[in-house]
Design a protein around this ligand. Structure first.
Ligand code: TMP
Length: 212
């Protein structure tokens, strides 16, 4: 089977780290070659852009600057890490990808979705995720989890209204592309969330094997 590309999405405090640990264990049990990566970031330069765009600062960050930095990091990540891995048949698991741009810079900031579509065509082309797991959790629960973190970033600190828009944006993305984006109810216990993830991964793998 060729390398598959899976992205993981969700609002703040949706439990991505726990989900990643569960996905890792599954990939190792299945003896699948994989890389784990994240956005913004994933390469040395893209991680530097991550620090620039996520750090809290006195200067106001323009919405367009934020959007373009996300895509600059993504261009580097695609060319240096994601495409080479997929070409070698290695699975790529990315903690966030393109849906985060549509949701944070598009739905939540009010960015132009047409520009986002054009940038996506340019930077990502046909190398879109084969599947996306969306960890959905009510904002009140997600923000309670984030409040326990010491190192909240610039976006973590946005208003509750912003985070509500993020949640609705992800659900709208999922409604637009139900065959790619699978919703996981992340308000449940860790065991139940992991069980839902495993069902999705096993279903996806069987479907992909049938289509080889
Ligand atoms: P996280 O990976 O720790 O959740 O932090 C990444 C932050 O960056 C998160 O608040 C979502 C945000 N982000 C965007 O706004 N646009 C993007 O395209 C990506 C990949 C992330």
């Amino acid at each position: 089977m060729t390398g598959k590309f899976i992205s993981l999405e969700g609002g703040e405090g949706s439990g991505k780290s726990t989900a990643i640990a569960c996905i890792k264990t599954w990939l190792e049990t299945e003896k699948i070659d994989y890389i784990m990566t994240r956005e913004p970031g994933g390469t040395v330069l893209a991680e530097e852009i991550r620090s620039l765009v996520l750090s809290s600062r006195d200067e106001e960050v323009d919405d367009m600057t934020e959007l373009l930095l996300m895509f600059a990091a993504r261009a580097q990540h695609m060319s240096q890490k994601i495409r080479p891995a997929l070409k070698q048949g290695v699975w790529v698991i990315s903690d966030r990808f393109i849906d985060s741009s549509f949701v944070y810079q598009g739905y939540a900031r009010g960015g132009d979705l047409d520009i986002l579509n054009r940038l996506t065509k340019w930077v990502v082309g046909t190398d879109k995720p084969d599947a996306t797991l969306l960890l959905d959790v009510p904002v009140s629960i997600g923000l309670q989890r984030v409040a326990l973190r010491k190192n909240a970033d610039r976006l973590d600190k946005e208003s509750t209204i912003f985070h509500e828009k993020v949640r609705q944006g992800f659900l709208e993305q999922a409604a637009l592309e139900p065959s790619r984006i699978k919703i996981i109810d992340a308000s449940q216990s860790i065991d139940r969330v992991s069980a839902q993830i495993l069902v999705q991964l096993n279903t996806l793998k069987s479907a992909w094997q049938r289509n080889v």
